[in-house]
Unconditional design. Structure first.
Length: 151
């Protein structure tokens, strides 16, 4: 088995979060948490994931502050997994991934789930990256610049 390397010291804002969410199961757990799942058994049933793998992924998400455990809402001795502020910050990431998937992984007219605005029931508008002045940016309009190291 290939040993995973940590990106915790990386200066890249794409690489560093991959320690927390860099496998598909973790993102699917977060997706399910946004959909209201809270219990270990709910995640297991939704994902069909082996319990030992699910336990490791949940522990990692809690350790990275994306989920937290709270006493069960029904008063049972179990606990619930809920998104933290950091976890809720993944909403635009998942929305962008969903929209990218809808655009490139479904045939025209193929049925799929759609993210909608609860208030109006309309599909969410395509996400756009905006410059400070409001211009829509594409890949050719942006670049990554390294900040100087602090001593």
């Amino acid at each position: 088995m290939v040993k995973r390397i940590s990106h915790s010291e990386s200066r890249c804002g794409v690489a560093r979060p991959l320690d927390a969410i860099g496998d598909w199961w973790s993102l699917l757990i977060v997706r399910d948490a946004f959909d209201g799942l809270r219990r270990f058994g709910e995640f297991q049933k939704s994902l069909g994931l082996a319990k030992n793998i699910l336990a490791v992924r949940l522990k990692n998400l809690v350790a990275h502050g994306i989920l937290e455990t709270v006493p069960a809402s029904d008063g049972s001795p179990y606990h619930d997994y809920v998104l933290t502020e950091k976890g809720r910050g993944l909403f635009p990431v998942l929305a962008a991934l969903r929209q990218w998937g809808e655009a490139f992984f479904f045939e025209p007219g193929e049925k799929h789930v759609v993210l909608v605005d609860k208030k109006h029931g309309q599909p969410v508008r395509k996400l756009e990256l905006l410059a400070q002045d409001g211009r829509v940016l594409g890949p050719e309009d942006a670049e990554v610049r390294r900040q100087p190291l602090r001593h």
